[in-house]
Write a protein of this length. Structure first.
Ligand SMILES: Nc1ncnc2c1ncn2[C@@H]1O[C@H](COP(=O)(O)OP(=O)(O)OP(=O)(O)O)[C@@H](O)[C@H]1O
Length: 336
């Protein structure tokens, strides 16, 4: 388990202090794929770099399996860091070394016995699907292949945590998906906890099970990805969710709608259409669909409907209550 306890990172620059991370406490469970989301300057990189103390926090503790890394001696920290792999947006491969040598470099740094290195390099290349690229140089690889080498290098010493710093931001959407798939496989097969930072909600939607949203150095919202997608609380979180799953109805359409407009959420297996049609039969209200979609988040369906309800106010209220009893989350978008 990885835990940040009251982490603050202050940068001193030109007689000025910049707060990169502001008193963040977070728990990341073993086996999580945890996404940290925020706009540029929110403090994501600063926080991620506190995990392996690439940035030393100005205050607070970083606990990995209960051990506070900030209290370790430099040799203890070197050993602890071997169990924390990291990949980067711009890969940082050594251009004069072949793919195989880039990976072997990480193994040598961890004092792996010489006679085991080549076997391990081959294993790692097979794991990331680059068996035939051992002897080529990074310049001969595509961006996605370079990131695969970065992943192989990060996994060389069997880490328990993998940190991903905007790992797919330099890649096209199709390559991004293939790298995310690989990361998910690694998480499932090897049980490695993954912490990734990104400004792309699609990345989070694709592979993360839990997430935190950062703004001005603080974590403003955190929880299960499914729950946050279903009911984001903070306006910034809503903005990020809307970038991938838009529930907004344009004002021009709302303006012409006569009845009350409601948003209905049906989580998991609750069959939204069935509940809505039962409601229309039971109550003297007329419903018009303005929007309807089923999103799959973490392979779990989330039904989202926006509809206009026309009828007596008391009947409309009863109809909404009935839908809530049947498992819907009802939110009024526009009162009559
Ligand atoms: N080495 C540094 N010296 C001074 N200020 C820094 C340093 N690194 C980061 N900062 C400041 O700390 C704040 C948080 O930056 P950080 O890079 O962690 O944010 P971020 O969310 O990762 O943004 P980005 O996605 O652009 O990297 C910003 O105001 C930034 O200017």
């Amino acid at each position: 388990m990885l835990e940040f306890q009251n982490i603050t990172k202050i940068y001193e620059s030109k007689n000025k202090q910049v707060v990169g991370v502001d008193n963040v406490s977070l728990k990341i469970n073993k086996g999580d794929i945890f996404g940290i989301v925020g706009y540029s300057g929110a403090g994501k990189s600063s926080l991620l770099r506190c995990v392996n103390l690439l940035e030393r926090p100005s205050n607070g503790k970083v606990l990995v399996d209960g051990i506070d890394l900030t209290q370790l001696s430099s040799s203890e920290l070197r050993t602890a860091r071997l169990k924390i792999g990291m990949i980067f947006q711009h890969f940082y491969l050594i251009s004069q070394k072949t793919v195989g040598e880039n990976i072997a470099f990480a193994l040598r740094a961890a004092k792996t016995p010489k006679n085991e290195i080549h076997k391990r390099v081959k294993e790692l290349l097979a794991m990331v699907g680059l068996t035939d690229k051992e002897d080529v140089f990074p310049a001969q690889l595509s961006g996605g292949q370079k990131q695969r080498v970065g992943i192989a290098r990060a996994l060389a010493n069997n880490p328990s945590i993998l940190l991903c710093d905007e790992a797919t931001s330099a890649l096209d959407p199709k390559t991004t998906l293939s790298i995310l798939k690989l990361l998910k496989q690694i998480n499932e097969k090897l049980g490695i906890t993954i912490v990734l930072i990104t400004h792309e909600m699609n990345v989070v939607k694709e592979i993360c099970n839990r997430m935190a949203i950062m703004q001005d150095g603080k974590v403003i919202e955190e929880g299960a990805v499914y729950d946050i997608f279903a009911q984001p609380i903070k306006p910034l979180t809503q903005e990020f969710i809307n970038s991938v799953v838009s529930f907004e109805i344009p004002d021009e359409i709302l303006k012409d709608v006569k009845g009350q407009v409601i948003k209905l959420l049906f989580k998991g297996e609750v069959a939204g259409e069935g509940v809505i049609s039962d409601t229309m039969q039971r109550f003297d209200v007329k419903g018009n669909f303005l929007h309807g979609t089923i999103e799959y988040i973490q392979e779990r369906p989330l039904g989202i409907f926006v509809m206009e309800l026309q009828g007596e106010k008391s009947t409309v209220d009863e109809a909404k209550k009935y839908m809530e009893q049947r498992g819907a989350v009802v939110e009024v978008v526009k009162h009559v």
